[in-house]
Design a protein around this ligand. Sequence first.
Ligand SMILES: [Zn+2]
Length: 294
Amino acid sequence: MYVSMTDILQDAHKNNYAVMAVNSINMEMARAVISAAEEERSPIIVNIGMGQMKKHAHANVMVPMIKKLAEEAKVPVALNHDHGQDLDFIIKCIQDGFSSVMIDASSFPFEENVHRTSTIVKLAHPHNICVEAELGHVGQAADGDNSKADLYTDPEQAKKFVELTGVDALAVAVGTAHGSYPKGYVPKLDFERLALLKKTLDMPLVLHGGSGSGEENIRKAVACGINKINVCTDAFNVAQKAMVDRMAENPKADYLDLCMTAEAAMKEFVKNYIRVIGSNNRYVFGEAKIVGHE
Ligand SMILES: [Zn+2]
Protein backbone atom coordinates (compact mmCIF):
# COMPACT_ATOMS: atom_id res chain seq x y z
CA MET A 1 0.00 0.00 0.00
CA TYR A 2 1.09 3.52 -0.76
CA VAL A 3 1.32 5.59 2.43
CA SER A 4 2.62 8.84 3.83
CA MET A 5 6.09 8.42 5.32
CA THR A 6 4.67 9.78 8.59
CA ASP A 7 2.70 6.55 9.12
CA ILE A 8 5.84 4.47 8.66
CA LEU A 9 8.07 6.64 10.84
CA GLN A 10 5.62 7.10 13.71
CA ASP A 11 5.35 3.33 14.12
CA ALA A 12 9.14 2.96 13.96
CA HIS A 13 9.52 5.75 16.55
CA LYS A 14 7.01 4.17 18.92
CA ASN A 15 8.53 0.71 18.62
CA ASN A 16 12.25 1.58 18.42
CA TYR A 17 13.27 0.28 15.02
CA ALA A 18 14.43 1.86 11.76
CA VAL A 19 13.22 1.68 8.15
CA MET A 20 15.46 1.79 5.08
CA ALA A 21 15.11 4.58 2.55
CA VAL A 22 16.87 3.34 -0.57
CA ASN A 23 17.72 5.61 -3.47
CA SER A 24 16.22 3.90 -6.51
CA ILE A 25 16.79 5.15 -10.02
CA ASN A 26 15.05 2.56 -12.19
CA MET A 27 12.53 -0.28 -12.24
CA GLU A 28 15.05 -2.90 -11.14
CA MET A 29 16.02 -0.99 -8.00
CA ALA A 30 12.47 0.00 -7.05
CA ARG A 31 11.21 -3.54 -7.55
CA ALA A 32 14.16 -5.08 -5.67
CA VAL A 33 13.57 -2.75 -2.72
CA ILE A 34 9.79 -3.21 -2.55
CA SER A 35 9.81 -6.98 -3.08
CA ALA A 36 12.55 -7.39 -0.44
CA ALA A 37 10.37 -5.45 2.01
CA GLU A 38 7.36 -7.61 1.17
CA GLU A 39 9.26 -10.83 1.78
CA GLU A 40 10.54 -9.47 5.10
CA ARG A 41 7.10 -8.07 6.07
CA SER A 42 8.74 -4.68 6.50
CA PRO A 43 7.67 -1.13 5.71
CA ILE A 44 9.99 0.56 3.17
CA ILE A 45 10.80 3.96 1.71
CA VAL A 46 11.90 4.58 -1.87
CA ASN A 47 14.11 7.66 -2.18
CA ILE A 48 14.89 9.70 -5.29
CA GLY A 49 17.09 12.80 -5.37
CA MET A 50 16.78 15.77 -7.69
CA GLY A 51 20.01 15.08 -9.57
CA GLN A 52 18.97 11.46 -10.07
CA MET A 53 15.59 12.60 -11.42
CA LYS A 54 17.03 15.22 -13.73
CA LYS A 55 19.72 12.93 -15.13
CA HIS A 56 17.90 9.65 -15.45
CA ALA A 57 15.01 8.69 -13.14
CA HIS A 58 12.42 11.10 -14.57
CA ALA A 59 9.46 11.67 -12.25
CA ASN A 60 6.82 11.31 -14.99
CA VAL A 61 7.76 7.63 -15.35
CA MET A 62 9.13 6.81 -11.90
CA VAL A 63 6.23 8.09 -9.77
CA PRO A 64 3.41 6.15 -11.50
CA MET A 65 5.58 3.01 -11.59
CA ILE A 66 6.51 3.19 -7.90
CA LYS A 67 2.93 3.99 -6.90
CA LYS A 68 1.74 0.95 -8.87
CA LEU A 69 4.33 -1.30 -7.19
CA ALA A 70 3.40 0.21 -3.81
CA GLU A 71 -0.34 -0.26 -4.28
CA GLU A 72 0.20 -3.91 -5.15
CA ALA A 73 2.53 -4.48 -2.18
CA LYS A 74 1.21 -5.96 1.06
CA VAL A 75 3.46 -3.67 3.12
CA PRO A 76 3.47 0.12 3.52
CA VAL A 77 5.60 1.88 0.91
CA ALA A 78 6.43 5.60 0.87
CA LEU A 79 8.08 7.59 -1.90
CA ASN A 80 10.35 10.35 -0.66
CA HIS A 81 12.07 13.15 -2.55
CA ASP A 82 15.57 12.97 -1.08
CA HIS A 83 17.56 16.17 -0.33
CA GLY A 84 15.19 18.67 -1.85
CA GLN A 85 17.06 21.96 -2.12
CA ASP A 86 15.08 23.72 -4.82
CA LEU A 87 11.69 24.96 -3.57
CA ASP A 88 10.04 24.86 -7.01
CA PHE A 89 11.29 21.33 -7.60
CA ILE A 90 9.94 20.19 -4.20
CA ILE A 91 6.55 21.70 -4.99
CA LYS A 92 6.56 19.83 -8.30
CA CYS A 93 7.29 16.58 -6.42
CA ILE A 94 4.28 17.25 -4.18
CA GLN A 95 2.13 17.79 -7.29
CA ASP A 96 3.59 14.71 -8.99
CA GLY A 97 2.40 12.45 -6.16
CA PHE A 98 5.35 11.85 -3.86
CA SER A 99 4.13 10.83 -0.39
CA SER A 100 7.03 12.58 1.34
CA VAL A 101 9.57 15.30 0.67
CA MET A 102 12.80 16.28 2.33
CA ILE A 103 13.68 19.95 2.45
CA ASP A 104 17.41 20.24 2.98
CA ALA A 105 18.28 23.82 3.86
CA SER A 106 20.97 22.65 6.28
CA SER A 107 23.70 24.68 4.61
CA PHE A 108 21.79 27.94 5.31
CA PRO A 109 21.80 29.86 8.61
CA PHE A 110 19.25 28.70 11.22
CA GLU A 111 16.59 31.37 10.44
CA GLU A 112 16.70 30.69 6.69
CA ASN A 113 16.49 26.94 7.31
CA VAL A 114 13.41 27.56 9.52
CA HIS A 115 11.84 29.78 6.85
CA ARG A 116 12.38 27.36 3.96
CA THR A 117 11.33 24.33 5.99
CA SER A 118 8.12 26.00 7.29
CA THR A 119 7.18 27.01 3.74
CA ILE A 120 7.32 23.39 2.59
CA VAL A 121 5.51 22.08 5.71
CA LYS A 122 2.60 24.48 5.04
CA LEU A 123 2.34 23.28 1.42
CA ALA A 124 2.76 19.56 2.14
CA HIS A 125 0.67 18.90 5.25
CA PRO A 126 -2.77 19.65 3.73
CA HIS A 127 -2.06 16.76 1.30
CA ASN A 128 -1.00 14.38 4.11
CA ILE A 129 2.55 14.50 2.77
CA CYS A 130 5.36 13.96 5.25
CA VAL A 131 8.19 16.49 5.54
CA GLU A 132 11.74 15.68 6.59
CA ALA A 133 14.24 18.46 7.28
CA GLU A 134 17.88 18.60 8.28
CA LEU A 135 19.57 20.58 11.03
CA GLY A 136 23.30 20.49 11.57
CA HIS A 137 24.90 19.38 8.34
CA VAL A 138 25.64 15.88 7.04
CA GLY A 139 28.43 16.65 4.58
CA GLN A 140 30.62 14.62 2.27
CA ALA A 141 32.89 11.74 3.34
CA ALA A 142 35.37 12.83 0.68
CA ASP A 143 35.79 16.16 2.54
CA GLY A 144 36.11 14.49 5.97
CA ASP A 145 32.89 16.26 7.06
CA ASN A 146 31.87 13.40 9.39
CA SER A 147 34.52 14.34 11.95
CA LYS A 148 33.76 18.10 11.94
CA ALA A 149 31.91 18.46 15.27
CA ASP A 150 30.81 22.05 14.50
CA LEU A 151 28.50 20.56 11.85
CA TYR A 152 26.79 18.26 14.37
CA THR A 153 23.17 18.85 15.44
CA ASP A 154 22.66 20.75 18.71
CA PRO A 155 19.75 19.25 20.75
CA GLU A 156 18.40 22.55 22.16
CA GLN A 157 18.56 24.28 18.78
CA ALA A 158 16.87 21.24 17.22
CA LYS A 159 14.01 21.49 19.73
CA LYS A 160 13.43 25.10 18.73
CA PHE A 161 13.66 24.18 15.04
CA VAL A 162 11.00 21.48 15.32
CA GLU A 163 8.66 23.77 17.30
CA LEU A 164 9.02 26.56 14.74
CA THR A 165 8.63 24.41 11.63
CA GLY A 166 6.35 21.49 12.53
CA VAL A 167 8.47 18.95 10.61
CA ASP A 168 7.61 15.26 10.86
CA ALA A 169 11.14 13.85 10.84
CA LEU A 170 14.57 15.32 11.39
CA ALA A 171 17.86 14.32 9.78
CA VAL A 172 20.62 14.78 12.33
CA ALA A 173 24.38 15.10 11.99
CA VAL A 174 26.14 12.84 14.49
CA GLY A 175 29.29 11.72 12.69
CA THR A 176 28.32 10.20 9.33
CA ALA A 177 28.83 11.67 5.84
CA HIS A 178 27.59 11.03 2.30
CA GLY A 179 29.51 8.94 -0.23
CA SER A 180 32.37 6.53 0.42
CA TYR A 181 34.76 6.75 3.35
CA PRO A 182 38.46 6.09 2.68
CA LYS A 183 39.17 2.34 2.37
CA GLY A 184 39.22 0.63 5.75
CA TYR A 185 37.93 3.71 7.61
CA VAL A 186 34.96 3.31 9.95
CA PRO A 187 33.40 6.60 11.16
CA LYS A 188 33.06 7.33 14.87
CA LEU A 189 29.49 8.29 15.72
CA ASP A 190 28.49 10.55 18.62
CA PHE A 191 25.96 8.20 20.22
CA GLU A 192 25.63 10.30 23.37
CA ARG A 193 24.50 13.25 21.30
CA LEU A 194 22.11 11.03 19.36
CA ALA A 195 20.53 9.66 22.54
CA LEU A 196 20.15 13.19 23.89
CA LEU A 197 18.55 14.35 20.62
CA LYS A 198 16.04 11.50 20.86
CA LYS A 199 15.23 12.31 24.48
CA THR A 200 14.88 16.04 23.79
CA LEU A 201 12.86 15.79 20.57
CA ASP A 202 10.85 12.56 21.08
CA MET A 203 10.24 12.24 17.32
CA PRO A 204 11.43 10.21 14.29
CA LEU A 205 15.13 10.82 13.58
CA VAL A 206 16.94 10.14 10.31
CA LEU A 207 20.49 9.01 9.62
CA HIS A 208 22.05 10.12 6.34
CA GLY A 209 25.41 8.85 5.11
CA GLY A 210 24.78 5.39 6.56
CA SER A 211 26.68 3.69 3.72
CA GLY A 212 30.02 2.26 4.83
CA SER A 213 29.34 2.96 8.53
CA GLY A 214 29.50 -0.72 9.47
CA GLU A 215 26.85 -2.98 10.97
CA GLU A 216 27.77 -2.24 14.57
CA ASN A 217 27.41 1.52 14.15
CA ILE A 218 24.09 1.05 12.36
CA ARG A 219 22.67 -1.24 15.07
CA LYS A 220 23.79 1.16 17.79
CA ALA A 221 22.34 4.18 15.97
CA VAL A 222 18.97 2.41 15.81
CA ALA A 223 19.19 1.56 19.51
CA CYS A 224 19.86 5.26 20.23
CA GLY A 225 16.79 6.47 18.31
CA ILE A 226 17.31 6.47 14.54
CA ASN A 227 14.09 5.50 12.66
CA LYS A 228 15.05 6.00 9.01
CA ILE A 229 18.36 5.14 7.41
CA ASN A 230 19.20 6.51 3.99
CA VAL A 231 21.11 4.09 1.83
CA CYS A 232 22.43 5.14 -1.55
CA THR A 233 26.13 4.40 -2.08
CA ASP A 234 25.97 0.87 -0.60
CA ALA A 235 23.01 -0.09 -2.81
CA PHE A 236 24.63 1.30 -5.96
CA ASN A 237 27.85 -0.56 -5.13
CA VAL A 238 25.98 -3.84 -4.69
CA ALA A 239 24.33 -3.47 -8.11
CA GLN A 240 27.58 -2.53 -9.80
CA LYS A 241 29.54 -5.38 -8.21
CA ALA A 242 26.88 -7.90 -9.20
CA MET A 243 27.13 -6.80 -12.84
CA VAL A 244 30.94 -6.74 -12.87
CA ASP A 245 31.11 -10.22 -11.27
CA ARG A 246 28.56 -11.55 -13.76
CA MET A 247 30.59 -10.20 -16.68
CA ALA A 248 33.74 -11.80 -15.29
CA GLU A 249 31.92 -15.10 -14.96
CA ASN A 250 30.33 -14.88 -18.40
CA PRO A 251 31.66 -12.14 -20.71
CA LYS A 252 28.79 -12.85 -23.11
CA ALA A 253 26.10 -12.09 -20.47
CA ASP A 254 23.53 -9.91 -22.22
CA TYR A 255 21.83 -6.75 -20.91
CA LEU A 256 18.72 -8.58 -19.69
CA ASP A 257 20.91 -11.03 -17.78
CA LEU A 258 22.83 -8.12 -16.19
CA CYS A 259 19.62 -6.29 -15.18
CA MET A 260 18.23 -9.44 -13.58
CA THR A 261 21.52 -10.19 -11.80
CA ALA A 262 21.68 -6.68 -10.36
CA GLU A 263 18.04 -6.79 -9.22
CA ALA A 264 18.51 -10.14 -7.45
CA ALA A 265 21.66 -8.90 -5.67
CA MET A 266 20.00 -5.67 -4.52
CA LYS A 267 17.02 -7.60 -3.22
CA GLU A 268 19.26 -9.84 -1.07
CA PHE A 269 21.17 -6.79 0.18
CA VAL A 270 17.97 -5.00 1.22
CA LYS A 271 16.55 -8.10 2.91
CA ASN A 272 19.70 -8.48 5.03
CA TYR A 273 19.82 -4.78 5.89
CA ILE A 274 16.15 -4.85 6.95
CA ARG A 275 16.97 -7.61 9.45
CA VAL A 276 19.90 -5.59 10.85
CA ILE A 277 17.76 -2.51 11.54
CA GLY A 278 14.81 -4.49 12.86
CA SER A 279 11.97 -3.53 10.52
CA ASN A 280 11.33 -7.18 9.53
CA ASN A 281 8.17 -8.91 10.74
CA ARG A 282 6.42 -5.64 11.56
CA TYR A 283 2.77 -5.98 10.71
CA VAL A 284 1.07 -4.76 7.63
CA PHE A 285 -0.58 -1.52 8.76
CA GLY A 286 -4.29 -2.13 9.15
CA GLU A 287 -5.26 1.52 9.09
CA ALA A 288 -2.52 3.17 7.07
CA LYS A 289 -3.72 6.34 5.42
CA ILE A 290 -3.47 6.32 1.68
CA VAL A 291 -2.09 9.58 0.35
CA GLY A 292 -4.63 11.63 -1.59
CA HIS A 293 -3.79 14.24 -4.17
CA GLU A 294 -7.10 15.84 -5.00
ZN1 LIG B 1 21.54 12.42 2.58
